[in-house]
Design a protein around this ligand. Sequence first.
Ligand SMILES: [Zn+2]
Length: 317
Amino acid sequence: MCDMPNRTFTDQPATDSSPSLPQNDPEPVRRIWQNLGLPGLIDVHTHFLPESVLRKVWAFFDQVGGPESAYDIGPAWPITYRYTEPERLDTLRNFGVLAFTSMVYPHKAGMARWLNEWSAGFSAQTPDCLSTATYYPEPDAGAYVAEAIAGGARIFKAHVQVGDYDPRDPLLDPVWGALSDSGVPTVIHCGSGPAPGRFTGPGPIGEVLARHPRLPLIIAHMGMPEYADFLDLVDRYDRVHLDTTMAFTDFVEAMMPFPPDHRSRLVDAGDRILFGSDYPNIPYSYLHALEAVVKLDLGDDWLRLVLHDNARALLSI
Ligand SMILES: [Zn+2]
């Protein structure tokens, strides 16, 4: 979810990343993919950011929840993996995550190019991180998105609520065109959870898809809380996918439960659902994120697709 804040900088100390702590214990995580015969996991939704930006994100989550909270988006949100960058990478690799992303996203104009440069540099030094880029409705968006694709971007991230923009903005038309032509997908947070924005929900992005039906999208968080409407978009458009990020966890089910009567649709959409975690900015363990998906009990074949095979095919890993 990771609403990008524009708030005061707080320099919280990193917490302990020792593998002996329960949230870092790799064994129960590894058992899940090993028992499925998988070589590991692919996590399409992880956040590696410039350090100054990440600290601001953490400062934002520190203010979430409770009666004194300035942000009424739900309960308190303690970051489980508040570690240094090398420790965050080690922890993820210990879990057996073979490929992941550095989901960067701007909350205003003039940021995306800088974020893309940072992210390209990060993936160049971090071979298991898929080169990730972003965009914002601004006059040079089409140009820098084309540059990012030519430079090897494998995946994009967009955040309609944090960016507070209309995805139908004509400034994004060249972006949608370039992404449709190249087949490079965008993980897009466009559902109305945890907080709605002026342009969230299936309506605005649905109009974009009507104009660009080949646009490859991965709807973040299963589109929560408009799960059913976003499943409709999956049915309608071959290149629309969903990521499981935070969905089905106890944390989210308490606020925005997945509707049980749409459960069978998860099976039908089995080749379009990809595991994501929001690591490291999650208020529970990585194991819980995985177990939330496993506990859906939709079968081992379904799990192999969601935890690994769909992402490998879509992202040519
Ligand atoms: Zn996220």
